[in-house]
Design a binder for this molecule. Structure first.
Ligand code: HAM
Length: 437
């Protein structure tokens, strides 16, 4: 029989990796709350039309990356390739804009049929924020700050690259300028860029194909084609970034791969990521709410890839190993197990967030201790023949490799409280590079 495996481009997350995910997610919820953003959860699949209209039918995502299927009722549905369009659909469906500006965030999976490689998966996870109702540049800077706080909290140094891609007033003239620049050079362009040229010439600017480099480098920059209001918006975004001490680099090649953007677009880039260098991408989308049937409402947001974020963390050496946590109960033989099962029950009742595990196997003490160590437990309680004879338990600190005895008492509740008192008094473990949540 063929071996069953996870689909290409997807991954399982299990201990101890899942602990890193949990602590990253905990920090995300904390930071979003601090900025006054509330969590929104939307379905994993939506009508295909939402993405065709929202993300744009000339984008790579809609043209070739969607997981679309027809359900048994004949509807065309798509596993969400991103969450901005679904969030807009949800706020319109529930009329949330009637309550004024909305600040929302989400954490969850997205699906894109891409060629899997380092930092690029078919199922990946995003933390994103969307701020609706403010056309002011302050909102652009607010969402950038959320991303910056998350990066900073983990000691990550990523470069902010920003650009403005104008609006409906100035983009047509810029598009014409790009066409006038690229058309005479079409022969030198890559096949993909030639194809993109007529449908969406802006996308030629973010081509990574080496044969496109010369034509892209000499292309006119949008900065010189912005209309008055867009130019004023961009210059205020930059002034505000200066005011909060956020360094940035204006990169005229950042155009983003989704059609809904207007004015500010940005990415946080890390050298640690190689070719897939953006850990986060976002921007303003002032026409999207109206395009999906709602009242004209400005919006701005970003999404950050959790897999890429964890890759950057690995590269900077943080969180290599989480601090030890929990008590492993080692009962050697059936008599010991009979005595320790009620103690474990009491420990779990009283332990709060401290994980309590017990090994039921007949393995020797050496291999049980090794397992506890590998599971990153902080302490072990050991009961074997010798302890039974002494009517005691051995308490072992697995980090400092010291141990002490606990006189056995008849009352399991009292014994559990003594064990936990001992555990909580253990000195703090110093793990290089680990940041507490
Ligand atoms: P995006 O640039 O397509 O934007 O994705 C944002 C981030 O998600 C990327 O920078 C990357 O870290 C991660 N990501 C995307 N696709 C993959 C993949 N296949 N594998 C691994 N990571 C991936 C958006 O999705 C917009 N909705 C962002 C936004 C929100 N704009 C305004 N509001």
């Amino acid at each position: 029989m063929e071996k069953l495996a996870a689909p290409r481009g997807t991954a399982d997350v299990y201990p101890p990796q899942s602990e890193r995910w949990q602590s990253l997610e905990a920090r995300i919820h904390q930071i979003a709350r601090r900025f006054g953003y509330g969590e929104i959860r939307t379905p994993t699949f939506e009508s295909t039309e939402l993405f065709v209209r929202g993300v744009g039918d000339a984008t790579d995502i809609v043209e070739k990356e969607m997981y679309s299927f027809t359900d048994r009722g004949g509807r065309s549905l798509t596993l969400r390739p991103e969450l901005t369009a679904p969030v807009v659909r949800a706020i319109l469906e529930h009329n949330l804009l009637a309550q004024g500006p909305q600040r929302l965030y989400y954490v969850g999976p997205i699906f894109r049929y891409e060629r899997p490689q380092k930092g690029r998966y078919r199922e990946s996870h995003q933390f994103g924020v969307e701020c609706f109702g403010y056309a002011e540049p302050e909102a652009d800077v607010e969402v950038i700050q959320i991303c910056r706080e998350l990066l900073r909290a983990h000691g990550i140094d990523a470069t902010l690259e920003i650009n403005s891609i104008g609006d409906a007033a100035c983009r047509p003239a810029y598009r014409d300028a790009l066409l006038a620049h690229f058309r005479p050079r079409a022969g030198e362009l890559s096949a993909e860029s030639r194809q993109r040229l007529e449908r969406n010439p802006l996308r030629v600017l973010d081509s990574k194909a080496p044969e496109d480099r010369a034509a892209v480098e000499s292309a006119p920059s949008f900065e010189n084609h912005l209309c008055g209001p867009c130019a004023a918006h961009f210059s205020r975004v930059r002034a505000l970034l200066d005011a909060i001490g956020q360094p940035y680099h204006v990169n005229p090649r950042i155009v983003r791969g989704l059609d809904y953007y207007t004015r500010t677009v940005f990415e946080f880039i890390s050298d640690a990521l190689g070719a897939q260098s953006a850990v986060c991408g976002g921007g303003r989308y002032d026409d999207l709410v109206a395009a999906l049937g709602g009242p004209a409402t400005p919006g701005v947001g970003f999404a950050l890839g959790l897999e890429r974020f964890l890759m950057v963390l690995d590269a900077v050496g943080h969180d290599a190993r989480p601090a030890r946590d929990g008590i492993a109960v080692i009962a050697l033989g059936e008599t010991a197990r009979t005595r320790l099962v009620p103690l474990v029950a009491e420990l779990r009742r009283e332990s709060g967030a401290v994980p309590i595990t017990i090994d039921y196997s007949e393995a020797r003490i050496g291999s049980q201790l090794k397992r506890a160590d590998r599971a990153n437990a902080r302490a072990a309680i050991i009961a074997g023949d010798e302890e039974i004879a002494r009517r005691a338990l051995t308490l072992r600190d697995l980090a400092l490799r010291t141990q002490s005895d606990l006189e056995e008492v008849a009352d399991h509740g009292a014994a559990a409280r003594s064990v936990l008192e001992w555990y909580r008094a253990l000195p703090g473990e110093i793990v290089p590079g680990t940041l507490a949540v």
